[in-house]
Design a protein around this ligand. Structure first.
Ligand code: HXC
Length: 510
């Protein structure tokens, strides 16, 4: 009996060594942690329950029968983050380059199925040379099974991908279908075809980092939602994110203890909006000042800065925030900001996270670049995402809210529940300058007349009261009381029930 127990211990110890001390050393030399070290940091101490430690591949080609490492290049199981269950897989680059065999994929599929069944998020740590070349189509089929689970799990449990090494070829499409992708600077990359193929086909010369590094995907492509300095920081941030999210679509988001006064007033907000309507101010200041303890978890901070997306808590409850940022392009809506925000709104709606919209938007960005690249369809994504979202939706207009962009940004007509406006709001079809140029074209040569017309238009429309008189705005509020108003608004909406007509699924303009 003791022999058998000893054998188990020996086998476990061997499995834990992955590809062996030398490869672990080489992993560390690249600034990367091993698959198991990453899991240890991600999960609460001693909470990891591993499955399939002894699974090995079944390949007999290319001499593979002589090397059957336990675990087959991926560590899988479940554990807890601040006491809440999550499933996790972590590819082990020290074992056959973390490459994906049929059995490696089956291990991932197993925990994805469990996560869906038991209602807990899936966190995938990617560090892999891709399809196990020796296995050919068996490996491909394995990827296919994982992809299908990604699709089935979408909207059922949150899926989070950490890219902590190579992730190339068709393999990128598994993380691409998850809710959030985080990358580590300088040690991770994602691309469909690598620098060599790019050089052959297009004659472009790029490094792996330029083509698919963390900076590229957080600043240019928007494939990734955040970039971090190293594995430790990335994992800590994922733990922080999980705290905001429900475990599945069967549960409400968690309610965390909070130490902030629900009725806290912020007199400084009364002067946040400058007197000059063309002067920018930082919308992040408002977000920080209304959030519990000033905590804002920003998503896609480095992309489309003209819109801000992320999570805060009000009275301990998660709220998704979408906010125009006057500091970047005057907070205008364009293709990138519409794509960024619509995906975020859909995530919130899928997981019952109420949405707060903070509006200061001069309209949609004009220009051929926008029109040729389909701003109509991309803008429609955001409109559609808001309109189909049945979660509680509360909007605060701080300054400009013009035209179609006014309707897009959480308007009452698009199912917004409560719309507040600061006294500094200007809710109109368009800004004064544009309106006067159309209405008084014949006076364009006369500066005095144009100034008069502009003043008249501003007096009539550059305020929240016309909309408030019609009930399109529920209340004009003092900026300093915004946190208190919002806490009350979301508290009042906790029992909200709303349904859309039955359909198989919608046809959002993709
Ligand atoms: C089998 C692999 C492998 C793979 C790496 N290894 N990738 N084994 N299948 N795909 C093995 C290496 O042979 C090596 O084994 C060990 O892992 C470490 O790899 P190195 O090359 O020494 O590491 P490094 O120099 O850091 O380079 C990493 C790498 C490189 C850039 C990822 O390994 C590489 O280019 N791999 C091949 C990538 C690839 O073409 N994959 C298939 C893509 S097609 P030893 O024993 O020497 O230590 C694909 C399609 C998916 O993925 C489709 C899904 C739909």
């Amino acid at each position: 009996m003791t022999d058998i127990l000893q054998e188990l211990e020996d086998r476990r110890a061997a499995a834990r060594m992955g590809g062996g001390a030398k490869r672990i050393e080489s992993q560390h030399a690249k600034g990367k942690l091993t698959a198991r070290e990453r899991i240890e940091l991600l999960l609460d101490e001693e909470s990891f329950e591993e499955f399939d430690t002894f699974v090995t591949h079944r390949c007999t080609d290319f001499g593979m029968e002589n090397s059957r490492p336990a675990g087959d290049g991926v560590v899988t199981g479940w554990g807890t983050i601040n006491g809440r269950q999550v499933y996790v897989y972590s590819q082990d680059f020290t074992v056959l380059g973390g490459s994906v065999s049929a059995t490696h994929a089956a291990k991932i599929v197993k925990i994805m199925d469990m996560a869906m069944q038991n209602g807990a998020p899936i966190i995938g740590i990617n560090d892999s040379g891709g399809a196990r070349i020796q296995e050919g189509v068996d490996s491909l089929a394995g990827y296919g099974e994982v992809f299908q689970r990604n699709i089935m799990a979408s909207g059922v449990v949150p899926q989070i991908s950490l890219i902590m090494g190579p992730c190339a070829g068709g393999a990128v499409y598994s993380p691409a279908m998850t809710d959030f992708i985080f990358m580590v600077k300088d040690s991770s990359y994602m691309f469909v075809t690598g620098p060599d193929v790019v050089k052959t086909v297009t004659n472009e010369q790029v490094t792996a980092e330029e083509l698919g590094g963390a900076s590229t995907h957080t600043k240019k492509s928007s494939v990734a939602d955040g970039a971090f300095e190293n594995d430790v920081e990335a994992i800590a941030e994922v733990r922080r994110l999980v705290d905001f999210l429900p475990l599945s679509n069967r549960e409400k988001p968690p309610v965390r203890p909070f130490f902030d006064d629900v009725s806290r007033v912020e007199p400084s907000l009364d002067t946040l909006v400058p007197d000059n309507p063309n002067q920018p101010y930082d919308m992040k200041e408002l977000i920080h000042k209304i959030a519990d303890e000033g905590d804002f978890y920003e998503i896609q901070a480095d992309f489309a800065g003209n819109i801000l997306t992320g999570f805060i808590r009000l009275e301990g409850q998660t709220v998704g925030v979408v906010a125009n940022q006057p500091m970047v392009l005057a907070g205008v809506l364009d293709i990138d900001s519409s794509r960024k925000a619509s995906r975020f709104v859909r995530f919130c709606d899928a997981f019952e996270i109420p949405i707060l919209t903070l509006v200061d938007v001069p309209g949609f960005l004009p220009g051929t670049a926008q029109e040729y690249n389909g701003v109509i369809k991309h803008g429609a994504k955001l409109l559609f995402a808001y309109g189909e979202a049945t979660v509680p939706k509360v909007t605060v207009i701080t300054r400009k809210s013009y035209g179609g962009a006014h309707l897009v940004m959480g308007s009452k007509q698009l199912g917004g529940d409560i719309m507040y406006a600061w006294p500094t709001s200007e809710i109109a079809v368009m800004g004064a300058k544009g309106a006067v140029e159309i209405l008084h074209r014949k006076d364009l040569g006369d500066a005095d007349k144009i100034a008069d017309h502009t003043q008249n238009y501003e007096d009539r429309f550059a305020n929240p009261f016309v909309a408030a008189e019609r009930g399109f705005v529920d209340e004009v509020i003092m900026p300093q009381s915004t946190r208190k108003r919002l806490c009350r608004a979301f508290a009042g909406l906790r029992g909200k029930q709303a349904k859309m007509p039955w359909k198989k699924h919608d046809n959002i303009p993709l």
